[in-house]
Design a binder for this molecule. Structure first.
Ligand code: NAD
Length: 261
């Protein structure tokens, strides 16, 4: 018996990075996975490789979620993973003084609207059975301020709070639908490429990015996927409204140098 046998699990943004790792880990644990992404070709490639189904789904488009509900009216797990930093199309300023309203909205459209629509779809698609697991991928940036990524941090903080609202709403409704958030930091995926580049200073830049991380390394997408497997499984039956950090110790506190006294 595998940990996710018999469960139908939908993962957004699963064409690469953390979402892909989650889709692969779910399949390895016996789940029937729906691999979704805005980029249909990447979703199809992952789905073909693991022998599962796929769907083109832009999480910010309500019509795409409606098509998803028509195709998959019932589901056991939804992972709202798709997310953008806003730096994908080039490094426009994202600090609170210079970020444009257009960029601010574009990031919130995917990260926050996408998660809201994904949670709404999930509750409706789980209501009849009365049980399920919603997993929202927030970020360490949802717990602390990020001066250079204002929209990203704001959207991720809102995901953290909305997860708790969803958890409480479902409990209030007498539904056994759990909702939890995962808060990764510095996980080496294609999301980092615009910041790392492929120049000769790549290793140096990587070391700089994790210099403040107590474990002094990037996390692996598979390490985040392992948490998602736990939350999707019945092992986490008593967990709802929880936030799980996976950040090499970054949020545990500052590593203060020993006193000289
Ligand atoms: P990634 O950029 O490598 O992959 C993101 C995937 O989401 C891509 O396949 C992309 O096509 C898809 N996507 C983008 N916009 C979409 C949309 N509108 N609808 C559907 N799919 C869309 O990113 P990643 O590093 O794998 O990040 C996955 C999640 O984890 C994101 O929510 C991100 O904010 C979060 N996260 C990542 C890190 C990290 O260090 N990598 C840290 C904290 C949180």
């Amino acid at each position: 018996m595998k940990r996710l046998d018999g469960k139908l699990c939908l993962v957004t943004g699963a064409g690469r990075g953390i979402g892909e790792a989650i889709a692969r880990a779910f399949a390895a644990e016996g789940a029937d996975v729906i691999v979704t992404d805005k980029d249909g070709a990447s979703a199809q490639a992952v789905a073909d490789d693991i022998g599962r189904q796929w769907l083109r789904l832009d999480v910010g488009e309500e019509a795409d979620w409606q098509a998803c509900a028509d195709a998959f009216p019932a589901v056991d797990t939804v992972v709202n993973n798709a997310g953008v930093t806003g730096f994908e199309e080039g490094m426009s300023p994202h600090d609170p003084e210079h970020v444009s309203l257009e960029d601010w909205h574009a990031v919130h459209r995917v990260n926050l609207d996408g998660t809201f629509l994904g949670c709404r779809y999930a509750i409706r698609a789980m209501r009849e059975k009365g049980t399920g697991s919603i997993i929202n991928i927030s970020s360490r940036s949802g717990m602390v301020g990020i001066p250079g990524a204002a929209a990203y941090a704001s959207s991720k903080a809102a995901i953290r709070n909305h997860s708790k609202t969803v958890a409480l709403y479902c409990a209030e409704q007498g539904l056994n639908i759990r909702c939890n958030s995962i808060h990764p930091a510095a996980v080496l995926t294609p999301m980092w490429e615009p910041m790392l580049g492929d120049g000769p200073d790549r290793e140096e830049r990587m070391a700089e990015f994790v210099a403040d991380t107590p474990m002094r390394r990037f996390g692996e997408p598979e390490e985040v996927a392992a948490l998602a497997v736990l939350l999707a499984s019945d092992e986490a039956a008593y967990m709802t409204g929880a936030e799980l950090t996976i950040d090499g110790g970054l949020l545990a506190g500052s590593a203060v140098a020993p006193s000289r006294d």
